[in-house]
Design a binder for this molecule. Sequence first.
Ligand SMILES: [Cu+2]
Length: 234
Amino acid sequence: MDTNNNSSDIQKTPNAKTIGIILAAVILVVLAVVLIVNSQKNKQENPNDPNTYQSGEVEPGTEVEPGLEGEELPEKVESTITTETGQIIPEGSHVDVPGANPIKGDGVVTSVGEVVQNDAEPMAPEAPQQTEALDKESLPESVIKLGVSAAGFSPSSFEVKAGAPVSLAVSSTDDFTHVFLFDDPSLSAVALGLGPQETRAITFNAPSQAGEYFFHCDVPGHAARGETGKMIVK
Ligand SMILES: [Cu+2]
């Protein structure tokens, strides 16, 4: 009998040990899970923590505080609108001709709202942009329209108001390529390259200085045969 009791005691002891080990393991697993859940919660609660910050987007309506001087500022985000033709322009501006520069207030600006530079490299982002080829019949009344052919510019002069926005369209009226260009380097970016029978337009700020600004066709030989004219700034 004793031996039987003893043998059952011997069997019980290892069972209790095993249960203890399992319990300890379970507690460790629960602790680990609690730690992981806590660290996840921390990430969600502190999105500004540089270690957990993931999105570079600024929520609409969030005001971006200007940084201290010398600190790199986030790129200025200008509010934009989209025109009927799908052109993205600064809010509060409009275009005279689709594809030309927007006019905001009383000045011509770039697509990001900066004042356009008449003396920039032609086609540089800060330069007034020539439009794609367009239908000259679709141009509004307010646009100044010139034709150019081997016979010269027609009309060969036009008037603008000093400092005011000007939309100018030039058409090739023969079967040749022509290039509209001002003589004065201060207007080097106000240029149009035209294929045969093509019309393109450009919107720019007239010079603030009154006077006569001569232009010509820059295709070799064309100015010499009379493709010249002048813009009168008043
Ligand atoms: Cu020409």
